[in-house]
Design a protein around this ligand. Sequence first.
Ligand SMILES: [Zn+2]
Length: 261
Amino acid sequence: MKIQKIEKCKIYHFKSGILPPFQLDIYFYIVDGLMIDAGSNNIMRKATKLLRNERIDAVAITHIHEDHTGLAWWLQNEKNVTIYIHKNSIEEASHDSNIPFYRKLVWGNRKGFRAFPIPAQLQTEYYSFDVIEAPGHHNDHIVLYEKSNGWLFTGDLFVSTKQRVAFVDENINTTIQTLQQLLVLDFEIIFCSHSGQQQKGKEKLKRKLDYFLSIQQQVQILKQKGLTTQEIDKILFPQPNLWTVVSCGEWSTLNIIKTIE
Ligand SMILES: [Zn+2]
């Protein structure tokens, strides 16, 4: 557990999960009273101890996954704050989550909460955030852009430059389009929910785009030769992946290939 500060942005870092390898890094941010993402249920005890006396005016959630919404119920009930999420996720947010066992070990189920549609812009005393649709990792994923500081809060859009497996919700074709659109913006630092704050953020997002474009090119060539999705997967990703086994295929390289055209 670690807290860092850049200007008025507080960076919270936790390990979520019972034991390694079911323990992963998780970050959320509080920028001048605006909390960006709401962690997982498994960090509840540690996180709420720190947040109890923190000023939180509102919460903006990048997407509905349980590692971004875990503390939302507590924030609503204990801190009485408004929680914003993409309008298409409001219904799902109102119910408790029901996730597979391996995700319970890492993140934990979250309780249902009442969310409001995130507006196109969010304002704090010192900062102004443009809310930008950024589908790919999830169809109703948003990012927050603070133009005057060159900050981009990317939720799960970045995570790493070389993404080895994709979640069942992801669409890599859409991610490619989103990355191309975001790279037109002027920013330098990205704030990721699993790898923290990153300098040279634009360069790193560009590297991620280039990585997916090179996979896309290889997939297109192999498809033209008449290979099936499964055959292409075996050629491009010959190594078995632990998370694919553990997640019964919810995370896989095949999910990358399937959604690339
Ligand atoms: Zn996610």
